[in-house]
Ligand binder design. Structure first.
Ligand SMILES: [Mn+2]
Length: 198
């Protein structure tokens, strides 16, 4: 973590019990003006699921300057004929000082303000597989010292009811999640903790 970055990131990832390959993929990048993070969960598990979620990650890499809406649409087009994915895309715009998030399918998202006010986003239903799909985009003002947590459906409601996210430091969030969670996962599990400092 260089001290020039505005967003700090820590990731917890573990494949389903008995699997060696995790069908969840994530990618994040920070440019001068923005931070983008995508998390994809390929339907099913194993190699084919991984192929579809990797498609999504490549789209994000090649189109980092797009808005969240365009990114979701481009991913959807590219997924036609492949296994569907559940996808969450989060973007912070440093210039207009806001953040946007959209998820198609069960990618969870929680924002936590400096004074520990927690807000959980309700995802759009379904998944992306190349067919036309309506989706909502959450857009909110960016405040200083905000934390964001994004996770796949391998994270259980029981785990979410614990308070691992109250930490300020992103490494403390993922470590605390790991300690409090069940070590035998029933699904691939990815939890990404992000912190915007300024
Ligand atoms: Mn899953």
């Amino acid at each position: 973590m260089s001290n020039q970055t505005k967003v700090q990131v820590a990731v917890y990832q573990k494949p389903k019990k008995g699997n060696t390959c995790c069908g969840d993929s994530y990618y994040y990048i920070e440019t001068e003006n923005a931070f983008v993070c995508a998390l994809a969960d390929g339907l099913g598990s194993g190699v084919y699921a991984k192929e579809s979620s990797d498609v999504v990650i490549n789209i994000i890499k090649e189109n980092v300057h797009d808005h969240v809406e365009e990114l979701v649409k481009k991913c959807n087009v590219e997924l036609f004929g492949k296994r569907g994915v559940v996808l969450g895309i989060f973007k912070i715009d440093y210039i207009v000082r806001n953040y946007s998030f959209s998820s198609i399918g069960n990618i969870g998202f929680i924002s936590i303000t400096k004074d520990k006010k927690k807000k959980r986003n309700i995802p759009n239903s379904g998944y992306l597989s190349g067919f036309r799909k309506k989706f909502k985009i959450l857009q909110e003002n960016l405040e200083a010292q905000m934390n964001f947590v994004m996770f796949t459906d391998g994270v259980t409601n029981c785990e979410l009811s614990s308070n691992f996210y109250i930490h300020s430091d992103v490494d403390d969030i993922t470590k605390s999640f790991e300690v409090q969670s069940d070590s035998k996962r029933d699904d691939d599990t990815t939890l990404i903790a992000m912190r915007y400092e300024e």
